[in-house]
Design a protein around this ligand. Structure first.
Ligand SMILES: Nc1ncnc2c1ncn2[C@@H]1O[C@H](COP(=O)(O)OP(=O)(O)OP(=O)(O)O)[C@@H](O)[C@H]1O
Ligand SMILES: [Mg+2]
Length: 393
């Protein structure tokens, strides 16, 4: 009888990685689907079943759940359902609700005195449906409102977006207007417009893992994942950017722990990946052309990583898949180009440590490939430790 379960709708590397890590650590971890299931409830009880299996008894026994629902929305629902049944969830519903929204997260950061990009929220949709039928276009008034507080270089982003999707940069008033006109109101962009000052992060940003076990202090991992490149202002890896690792200055770790406390409030146990940017502006001190060439040099070894990730037998032999991806990444890490870029990042980050800007927390970070192999943090381990801490053994 297991006390712990992992819940998800889709099993990707991270979910397989958590299950593999639990197995290696001798932790009994049940699985709960959160996709094609029926959760029936009234005041006399509940049933939780898929077409082929009744999970009600299993769920009854489970005390703590690792919530790995894919979308932000789904995680909020899953955490709400499970907490209503008296289960402890990592992350708890309050963390999911805060992290779901960039505005809610940034407000928490601001309340806790954390350095954030200046952000302007306009709670008005660009295209507004009229009661009488038809639509009005609010883009001009919204752009004017944004421009009362930000310069013409403005980042516009969906409040509940992920993977950098629809995060856009305007350089001029016309550019801002055209971005605004393209915005749709939907679940990732539910109410109005979020605009932000452009942080001169030069070519990289940071993913910092912070976690808290019950009855312990928040703990920031000493190493962070750096995502970088010169392709465009977004540094997401699916846009062709690269990853390196960096040892975090102590002051940045302390800020990251404070960010976790800001987002999680008095929750007992949680794990959040913070997104942060260095504020480098004119503190570069390096020849950018040399660094650009190093990024080009990294493309070849990175192709081997991409190739290893395409293994069609990933799910049937996950251990072999992981070993091959690891091998490719370790070759990539051994290159001169990696070491050069890593050196530039280390030096510039340490020079600007007091000005690092935090902009959100990710409650269900991807980690199995990049964070685990490049930064050396198997996030499954702190996640399982958080879950176990909630068992009050
Ligand atoms: N204010 C900003 N100034 C400079 N760059 C920014 C700013 N906001 C976002 N970016 C860049 O755009 C990328 C995506 O932004 P953001 O993290 O806000 O979006 P996201 O959809 O949550 O992406 P992810 O899921 O990767 O966290 C960031 O990694 C960063 O490189
Ligand atoms: Mg982000």
């Amino acid at each position: 009888m297991a006390d712990l379960a992992i819940l998800y709708d889709k099993s990707e590397s991270d979910e397989l990685g958590i299950r593999l890590t639990a197995e290696q650590l001798g932790i009994d971890l049940e699985y709960l689907p959160f996709y094609k299931i029926a959760f029936g409830f009234n005041r006399s009880g509940y049933e939780y079943r898929s077409a082929g299996k009744n999970y009600t008894t299993i769920l009854n026994d489970i005390k703590v759940i690792l919530n790995r629902g894919q979308s932000k929305n789904r995680r909020v629902f899953a955490a709400s359902v499970m907490e209503s049944l008296g289960k402890k969830v990592v992350n708890p519903v309050t963390v999911e609700v805060t992290c779901q929204s960039k505005i809610r997260s940034l407000i928490k950061f601001m309340e806790h005195g954390i350095n954030i990009p200046k952000t302007v929220y306009v709670p008005c949709n660009v295209s507004e449906e009229l009661g009488s039928g038809g639509y009005i276009d609010n883009s001009i008034s919204i752009s004017q409102l944004i421009e009362t507080q930000l310069s013409s270089e403005v980042v516009v982003k969906p409040d509940a977006g992920t993977h950098g999707r629809s995060v856009s940069l305007a350089h001029t008033h016309e550019g801002l207007l055209s971005i605004l006109k393209s915005l749709k109101t939907d679940t990732t962009n539910p109410a109005g417009v979020v605009a932000q000052e452009l942080i001169p992060k030069w070519f990289y940003d940071l993913r910092i893992i912070v976690s808290k076990e019950k009855n312990r202090q928040a703990y920031c991992e000493p190493v962070a994942l750096v995502r970088g490149g010169f392709k465009e202002f977004r540094t997401n890896t699916f846009l062709g950017n690269m990853v390196v690792h960096v040892n975090l200055p102590e002051v940045v770790r302390k800020q990251a722990e404070k960010c976790g406390e800001a987002l999680a409030g008095d929750s007992d146990a949680w794990l959040i990946a913070m997104d942060a940017m260095p504020n480098i502006s004119n503190k570069k001190g390096y020849d950018e052309e040399v660094i650009k060439q190093k990024f080009v040099d990294l493309e070849k070894p990175f192709k081997e990583v991409t190739k290893a990730k395409l293994d069609p037998n990933k799910k049937t032999d996950f251990v072999k898949y992981s070993r091959n991806v690891e091998k490719a990444y370790l070759e990539y890490k051994r290159t001169d180009a990696y070491n050069y870029i890593q050196g530039v990042v280390t030096e510039t980050l340490h020079k600007t440590a007091n000005d690092v800007v935090f902009h959100e927390g990710n409650s269900c970070p991807e980690f199995w490939e990049q964070t685990r192999i490049i930064a050396g943090i198997n996030v499954a381990e702190p996640l399982l430790a958080c879950a176990i801490s909630l068992l009050d053994r």
